[in-house]
Design a protein around this ligand. Sequence first.
Ligand code: HEM
Length: 231
Amino acid sequence: MSVDEFSMSAEKRSHWLLSFWRSTVGKKVVMALTGAIGVGYVVAHMLGNLQVFEGAEKINAYAALLKSNLGLLWTARSILIAAVGLHIVAAYQLARTSQKSRPVGYKRWRSVGSDFASRTMRWTGPLLGLFIVYHLLHLTTGAVHPDFVEADVYQNVISGFRVWYVSVIYIVAMLMLALHLYHGAWSMFESLGVNHPKYNRLIRALATILTAIVVAGFIAIPAAVLLGFIS
Ligand code: HEM
């Protein structure tokens, strides 16, 4: 292939990507794929966090291990930031497109074929975004944590959750995560073209199990601190 041919095919590829991104289907696929990255992250984060039940040494060593390879840490962070960014932009643009196609709104709106979780995606998403900002200031930088100790994740989690309203904020945020994750997990398959009555029940069942495990795993931590099981 000559240099000219190569640059022409690269141009064609970038045109294809751009028109894919501009289409509704393309944006839905982007939402599904970036959502899948988010699901992978929350599952891994929940499992990592459960080490708090094995004591300070274990979870602090785990946190130190993650930070010992800065290249790997920042690669993972960059992927996550890019995924969350694309997820938000695609969600916003899809919402605008559907608004534009019905600018007046329904006279008498009834939800047809949608459930509580799907109708709440538009506010569970932004609220989860706000929670993540608070969470980073609380347990990563310590800016809003009154007893933050650098590199002592165990102590930061325990003393953080001893403040009852902080635990309540986390538990409410996890319930929002439950709604978002449940709807996101099964609609992800629909966006990727898997939508058949034969599989839909199985997909919904898997989404329910995944959501229950992730959310119960996260909530167990503030609950255990408040109930005095770990201190
Ligand atoms: C009870 C629930 C949770 C606990 C105890 C927890 C704990 C932590 C801790 C201790 C850190 C700081 C780690 C360190 O600096 O070494 C952290 C960071 C983080 N958490 Fe959570 N977390 C919880 C829920 C969540 C949820 C639900 C999300 C996302 C929806 C989330 C997203 C993040 C992110 C993005 C970071 C920053 C990771 C980085 O430094 O790159 N966390 N979490």
